[in-house]
Design a protein around this ligand. Structure first.
Ligand SMILES: NC(=O)c1ccc[n+]([C@@H]2O[C@H](COP(=O)([O-])OP(=O)(O)OC[C@H]3O[C@@H](n4cnc5c(N)ncnc54)[C@H](OP(=O)(O)O)[C@@H]3O)[C@@H](O)[C@H]2O)c1
Length: 246
């Protein structure tokens, strides 16, 4: 195991060194999506365990272990009831954050289990559905039904959570991407075709191919899966303290 402060051994440097600190400000926000060859993250019934193979899942747990907090939308809690813990690799457990503007989160959800890890629910101001003891809340004012992703990141940073993994699902990741709040995105593509089901992204439409988002990208083979490491720092808005060189 790596001792704290020692250099990251290759080939991990390419992937993990950019996650130590953001390029734009003192925060770092990464999203991950596991998808099929045809860009689906779940079947029509919402089943997604597991699209990726073992190496892809190990990578996801490594990402969890290097961030301060993992963020998911309430839709993923309701369909998957995930634990969001680091189990497949050694490493610390990140805080668990659920975006639940309307109070739809079941209080029995595993992500809220009292296991010594911080649990935070982000909701619209005025929503007071019951939560288990010890769960922190962040209240934000929605605009057109949306909680501003930049305000979510800033609120987490104010609570000491500066490196954030947005783990899903599609609408949560898409909202962070559309709001230009992501420094990086790891898309892990599994060699399966689902043919129908939820798509990875839902973004405002573009008319022409040249208007598409074209991040700088490096691909890595994870045995059968392919990881696309996309650098989105060129379009990331400043949320924290901007780097002096900007
Ligand atoms: N393959 C993968 O990598 C992966 C990862 C995670 C999940 N999944 C799959 O994805 C599916 C769930 O995805 P999903 O897109 O339906 O749900 P989701 O992204 O998990 O949750 C979406 C909901 O979260 C709330 N939300 C998130 N961001 C918000 C914001 N900025 N402002 C206001 N509300 C916000 C809204 O709740 P309200 O509707 O209550 O307003 C929204 O409808 C499941 O089938 C799951 O298995 C796949």
């Amino acid at each position: 195991m790596r001792t704290p402060g020692s250099p990251i051994p290759p080939p991990w440097t390419d992937l993990f060194a950019p996650l130590v600190a953001g390029a734009v400000d003192d925060l770092m926000v990464i999203a991950q999506i596991g998808q099929s060859l045809d860009g689906r993250i779940a079947t029509q019934s919402g089943h997604s365990h597991y699209i990726n193979g073992d190496e892809g899942l190990d990578h996801l747990h490594r990402l969890r272990a290097v961030v301060d907090a993992v963020v998911i939308g309430v839709g993923t809690v309701r369909s998957d009831d995930p634990r969001l813990t680091v189990r497949r690799v050694p490493g610390p457990q990140p805080a668990r954050v659920i975006i639940d503007p309307q109070g739809r989160l079941p209080p029995t959800a595993r992500v809220l289990a009292a296991d010594g890890v911080r649990r935070i629910v982000v909701r619209a101001a005025g929503v007071h559905t019951p939560l288990p003891p010890g769960v922190e809340t962040i209240e934000l004012r929605p605009a057109a039904g949306l909680l501003d992703p930049a305000a979510i990141v800033a609120s987490l940073a104010a609570r000491g959570l500066r490196r954030i993994l947005v783990e899903g699902g599609a609408s949560t990741v898409s909202r962070f991407l559309a709001a230009r709040c992501l420094d990086r995105m790891h898309i892990i593509v599994a060699p399966i075709i689902l043919g129908s089901g939820a798509q990875s992204f839902a973004l405002p439409p573009v008319d022409r191919v040249e208007q598409a988002l074209r991040p700088r990208m490096r691909a890595h083979i994870l045995r059968n899966d392919v990881l696309f490491d996309c650098d989105l720092s060129h379009q990331r808005v400043v949320i924290g303290h901007a780097k002096k060189s900007m």
